[in-house]
Design a binder for this molecule. Structure first.
Ligand code: CUA
Length: 299
């Protein structure tokens, strides 16, 4: 890190002085405007981005899950910390560009002060480390909640990502999933359901349609049988990669009835955009009615 200082007069050569740049008379006129222009540009960028955030343009979709409030808090804290640093650092940069843009009769001198630089590096390091630890601690505690154990009696729904659809599987009235076998996976049997197991008889499979009862915790068991997809419920603040060969579980409680988007947030092939499903959160009786219709093949 080289410290750039600028003096009008009375500059004393010290022993760290390593370089001295003399300005060229021919460039002077054009250069004198550049510092100011850069400063104005930076200030405009800072104002425009700050305005976008305060107006909440391109903001998160309305929250529709119980744990989402904590996720949003992590977002907000991260945004505030990085926002303050952004405004501060761009401000300093703009000021320096403006103040130390080339002027007539001034010469730029560069030299190095090891002690000062070490101090700057240490202070900057401590600040960044502190910010990182804060954000990490906040984010990680939420992670352990959503990816940890769920309340007793939480219903499990299986999710299978494939090119290019989301398949869902409910355990049906017996509350147990029947046997599956990866060797039996076909285009019409994405879960590889083994029909010889009687426990499979009442299991319900739907494509791109997930129904959930409102206010009840649900545990999703997420898999993929081809490439990496990412199961994404923007309104519920749920996002989890579906990884071939892995079975990853995440739980949440949808607490607002309505229809929401299901998306895939990993670029998983040419039909990636088609992995768009519909999540319907509804009262328990409507949910059960839908399950009955789905069981009869009425989907
Ligand atoms: Cu699956 Cu993108």
């Amino acid at each position: 890190m080289a410290i750039l200082l600028h003096r009008r007069s009375g500059f004393k050569r010290n022993r760290y002085c390593i370089n001295e740049m003399k300005s060229k008379n021919s460039d002077r006129a054009s250069h004198s405007v550049q510092g100011t222009m850069l400063a104005v540009f930076l200030v405009l960028i800072v104002l425009a981005s700050a305005w976008l955030f305060t107006q909440r343009r391109w903001w998160l979709p309305d929250l529709a899950s119980a744990h989402g409030i904590d996720i949003d808090r992590v977002f907000l804290v991260t945004l505030v910390i990085s926002g303050v640093l952004f405004v501060l650092l761009q401000g300093v940069l703009a000021y320096l560009a403006f103040r130390y843009g080339e002027r007539r009769n001034e010469r730029a001198r560069y030299w190095i002060r090891p002690k000062l630089e070490k101090r700057f590096a240490l202070i900057a390091g401590i600040i960044i480390f502190g910010v990182d630890v804060t954000i990490f601690a906040l984010g990680e505690s939420q992670w352990f909640k959503a990816w940890g154990p769920s309340p007793d009696g939480t219903a499990v729904i299986e999710v299978m990502g494939e090119q290019f659809a989301w398949n869902f599987r409910y355990s049906g009235p017996d509350g147990a999933f029947g046997r599956t076998d990866p060797m039996q996976i076909t285009s019409t049997n994405p879960f590889g359901i083994d029909r010889s197991d009687p426990a499979n008889a009442d299991d319900i499979v739907s494509i791109n349609q997930l129904h959930l009862p409102v206010g009840k915790p649900v545990r999703l068991r997420i898999r993929s049988h081809d490439v990496i997809h990412s199961f994404f419920l923007p309104s519920q603040r749920v996002k989890q990669d579906a990884v071939p060969g892995m079975q990853i579980e995440v739980w949440f409680t949808p607490d607002r009835a309505g229809e929401y988007e299901i998306a895939c947030s990993q670029l998983c092939g040419l039909g990636h955009y088609r992995m768009r499903g519909l999540l319907t959160v509804e009262p328990q009786d409507l949910f059960e009615k839908w399950l009955r219709e789905a069981a009869q093949g009425g989907l």
